[in-house]
Design a protein around this ligand. Structure first.
Ligand code: PLP
Length: 384
């Protein structure tokens, strides 16, 4: 008999979520508007410390609307981390602008100096660079200290993709509070979920209201259906907002459990020959939400992520590659970028491990045992 499958990052729901969804259903607000949407927006804004929020169908939709409201379109060049999920760069492509890829540091987050150098190069060439994007990868904020000022000095707006990082902070400032606008995702595998959904946050009321208008098919305030420009159908359903509010009420609990799981992996890191991406416990500068625990194999390890993922799969454990850098994706072949080789190095050595808040200590012990078998078997290659 095989042991039950251990998944990478499954959502957990409790009575709180069930009751919230049932309450919303029975309230009659079965539509992409309603009191739970309004309350969810207020509660996220409050948690993040921003003035305004807009609940949407996905994080991707939120990125798209942020770029549109900042005037991004054909002829613009948008520096963006190459180490990210395709949603970040796809949003740029939707607007007709051109992504310019920027490499990362050893924590997987964009290299701020390289990002500013990319802006300088583009501006020297006379390119229009209205916006640059960052991604707070795997639940860890980018080092915004000099980046925020550097972009402001260059007249470039910042859109922060914090899809993976709700609840993380940098020097006490919350992910999502950096930049002119920021985005969260509530996809099913994120730190908290609405099964599918996203949020755009900003201190800029005009930006949020403009995005709200675009998200409802750009309907003009007229007694009939009046449209003067192309809009989108991007609003979050009230039922899902109710689910989101219940999950938000458990966010700290979810973060704490994922942090405990990361600590269990950290405990064996030195012995098994890997490092963890990011910090294990907050350094005082970074407090991470520990969304996904990712290990980076030692440089001299003859193992590849493929071997490790396969060995874990044989034990009915789901592990994955880290994001494949965007500049290596066929769909972005030939795109321009600024590279140090760091993102390719991470792609060649990093494996993301089961991290879901619903996993028990014995689940994680099973993962650690399986890791030990594959990583230690290899430590004595002459034994076979
Ligand atoms: C999940 C994710 C998104 C997209 O969110 P959706 O809600 O799935 O559209 C965007 N960027 C990053 C970095 C993500 O991890």
């Amino acid at each position: 008999m095989t042991a039950p499958r251990i998944l990478l990052s499954q959502a957990t729901v409790t009575d709180a979520e069930e009751n919230a969804v049932l309450r919303a259903l029975r309230s009659g607000w079965v539509a992409p508007l309603g009191p739970d949407v309004d309350a969810f927006e207020r509660e996220i804004a409050e948690r993040v410390g921003v003035d305004h929020a807009l609940a949407l169908t996905s994080g991707t939709a939120a990125l798209h609307l942020a770029l549109l409201r900042l005037g991004v379109g054909p002829g613009d060049f948008i520096p963006v981390p190459t180490m990210t999920f395709a949603a970040t760069t796809n949003a740029i492509a939707y607007t007709g602008a051109t992504p310019i890829f920027v490499d990362c540091l050893t924590d997987g987050n964009v290299d701020p100096d390289l990002l500013l150098a990319a802006v300088d190069t583009l501006q020297r060439e006379g390119c229009s660079v209205p916006v640059a994007m960052t991604v707070d990868l795997m639940g860890r904020c980018v080092n915004y200290h000099e980046l925020e000022n550097g972009l402001a000095e260059r007249g470039v707006e910042l859109v922060a993709d914090a899809a993976e990082s709700l609840g993380a902070t940098l020097n006490g400032r919350a992910a999502g509070s950096f930049g002119r606008a920021a985005v969260f995702s509530f996809n099913g595998n994120k730190i908290m979920t609405t099964s599918g959904g996203g949020m755009l946050v900003s201190d800029d009321l005009e930006l949020i209201e403009g995005a709200r208008y675009l998200s409802t098919q750009a309907r003009q305030p007229a007694p009939w259906y009046e449209h003067t420009e192309i809009g989108y159908n991007y609003r979050m359903s009230n039922i899902l907002a109710a689910l989101g509010r219940a999950q938000l009420g458990r966010l700290d609990e979810l973060i704490n459990r994922r942090t405990e799981i990361r600590q269990m992996y950290a405990h064996v890191a030195d012995d098994l020959g890997f490092r963890l991406l990011g910090d294990v416990a907050g350094t005082g500068v970074h407090e991470e939400n520990a969304w996904l625990s990712t290990i980076v194999l030692d440089e001299d390890s003859p193992l590849t992520p493929a071997t490790v993922i396969q060995a874990l799969d044989a034990e009915n454990i789901e592990a994955r590659y880290i994001w494949k850098p965007m500049h290596l994706q066929p769909v972005y072949a030939g795109a321009r970028g600024f590279y140090t080789g760091q993102s390719e190095d991470l792609f060649n050595r990093a494996v993301t491990l089961p991290s879901g808040a619903g996993l028990s200590d014995s689940d994680i012990e099973r993962v650690v045992d399986a890791l030990q078998s594959v990583l230690m078997a290899d430590a004595s290659p002459m034994s076979k």
